[in-house]
Design a protein around this ligand. Structure first.
Ligand code: CMP
Length: 141
């Protein structure tokens, strides 16, 4: 039962509605600890690189445009089974399929404006965390 790290992004639809504290409250109530976070504005290039795996998908251009439409908050979350736990806490990608009590059920506006991103595997979590954070910015418990 090792402590894992995962990457979270609070997306522009949530920063623009000033609900990042409410999102963080759900994260903390789940037992996950926010051990690093910063508010940044993504460039098209950075957003495209981050979502490289989706480049050939039909929604790629819209996704990049949305992610640069306002500030985002990038976060490192720590906890037992953090990757799987945070995916449960976020809820399904499509908010219409998300369970009650999840971040996306509570706050997401659409499949695109779905309030949060979370890493989908331990391997990707490592890659995504180092994409946004240097080691000195992460203070593990
Ligand atoms: P996220 O977890 O950030 O990973 C990729 C994102 O693409 C996803 O959340 C959605 O916000 C966005 N997206 C937009 N349209 C779709 C779609 N049809 N299927 C999956 N993801 C989509």
């Amino acid at each position: 039962m090792s402590k894992e790290l995962t990457l979270s992004i609070i997306k522009p639809d949530a920063t623009s509605r000033n609900i990042t504290g409410q999102v963080n409250s759900i994260i903390e109530k789940s037992g996950l600890k926010i051990i690093a976070q910063k508010r940044i504005k993504l460039s098209k290039e950075t957003a495209g690189k981050f979502y490289e795996v989706h480049r050939e998908r039909p929604f790629f251009q819209d996704l990049v445009s949305f992610m640069v439409s306002g500030p985002v908050i990038v976060q490192v979350l720590q906890g037992e089974n953090a990757v799987a736990l945070y995916r449960k806490v976020m809820g399904a990608t499509n908010p219409q399929e998300a369970e009650v009590g999840t971040i996306r059920k509570e706050f997401a506006l659409s499949i695109e404006a779905n309030s949060v991103h979370g890493s989908d595997s331990i391997e990707n979590a490592k890659k995504e965390i180092s994409f946004f954070f240097s080691e000195t910015e992460i203070l593990e418990d």
